[in-house]
Design a protein around this ligand. Structure first.
Ligand SMILES: NCc1[nH]cc(CCC(=O)O)c1CC(=O)O
Ligand SMILES: [Mg+2]
Length: 329
């Protein structure tokens, strides 16, 4: 029985006691900024992601300067591959002179303190838009794909990537990448494993941004990405990636999967990150553009929700805005 004088509202009465009892907070240290890089000059808008642009390496350096000034810890790179550089074997993925590799080198030489995370997956480089190499019926073949991912991850590490982030959902790739990195002397290169990545429709705008939507057509990724109905399976995926040598794990998408973030944190106690994906960004932007939601308040509330769910950080296209808003207080 609750005592008759229990008044939960007492602590909510004033700003000082609300601040004292606040359990979770959002700071700039929680933000990772995903950026799209292209071979063209200048910037190009992504129509389904208002405010997001594809950047040339020069423009990327300008954005990185802003991110550094705001003290955002890291950025995550997503290259847009020209259609003529795509192939069935995705060989452009491990080209040491590729766009991603050049972008990493440019970033690390100009802003050594800014963490650089690269995406390890073949979808920007395959002609069919799948994350791996396919057989003659279009099935993504696991072990051949893992060999390609190892080449890609090594190429990223040699370019100077601080963190390689396999987002492909092949089995066994974390162990293969870890072993190859160690053998090549990259003992400090961290692995952020997209351990629980779901076959989600919320990736739609991202596929527009990197230009893999057209190649993919009606095909989906449900033979390797997870079924949105499953949670126990996510725990097995995370256990496996940790056992194989992942330093951090990722849950993706974010907001519809906060239960997975919470369980991951509770069950493993390791660094857990969440990706507020392109579709989540598009939803908030569209509602804000219509005047239906207060963008700043809703974005900060959504990001705080990730922290409350147990995430150590969030990949978010709102990172620059959020960092500015947090600074303004
Ligand atoms: N390796 C693919 C990849 N890496 C990041 C995203 C999605 C990110 C977003 O939607 O913001 C995807 C999409 C996919 O699996 O098709
Ligand atoms: Mg797995």
């Amino acid at each position: 029985m609750t005592r008759p004088d229990t008044r939960m509202r007492r602590m909510r009465r004033d700003d000082f006691s609300r601040r004292l009892m606040r359990e979770s907070t959002l700071t700039v240290d929680d933000l990772i900024y995903p950026v799209f890089v292209h071979e063209a000059r200048g910037r190009a808008a992504v129509p389904s992601m208002p405010g997001v642009e594809r950047l040339s390496i020069d423009e990327l350096l300008r954005v990185a300067e802003t991110a550094s000034e705001l003290r955002i810890p890291a950025i995550a790179l997503f290259p847009v591959t020209a259609p003529d550089a795509k192939s069935l074997d995705a060989a452009a993925a491990w080209d040491d002179e590729g766009l991603c590799q050049r972008a990493v080198r440019a970033l690390k030489s100009r802003f050594p303190g800014l963490g650089v995370i690269t995406d390890v997956a073949l979808d920007p480089y395959t002609s069919h838009g799948q994350d791996g190499i396919t057989d003659d019926v279009g099935y993504v073949v696991n072990d051949i794909t893992v060999e390609a991912l190892v080449r890609q991850a090594l190429s990223h590490a040699r370019a100077g990537a601080d963190v390689v982030a396999p987002s492909d959902m092949m089995d066994g790739r974390v162990r293969a990448i870890r072993e190859a990195l160690e053998a090549d002397g990259h003992v400090h290169t961290r692995i952020l494993a997209y351990a629980a990545k779901y076959a989600s429709a919320f990736y739609g705008p991202f596929r527009d941004a990197v230009g893999s939507a057209g190649a993919l057509g009606k095909a989906d990724k449900s033979t390797y990405q997870m079924d949105p109905g499953n949670a126990d399976e996510a725990m097995r995926e995370i256990a496996q990636d940790l056992d194989e040598g992942a330093d951090m794990v990722m849950v993706k998408p974010g907001m519809p999967y906060l239960d997975i973030v919470r369980r991951a944190k509770d069950e493993f106690g390791v660094p857990v990150f969440a990706y507020q994906v392109s579709g989540e960004y598009a939803m908030l932007k569209a509602a804000a553009a219509n005047g239906w939601l207060d963008e700043r308040r809703c974005v900060l509330e959504a990001l705080l929700g990730f922290k409350r769910a147990g995430a150590d950080g969030v990949l978010t296209y709102f990172a620059l805005d959020a960092a500015r808003w947090l600074r303004e207080g």
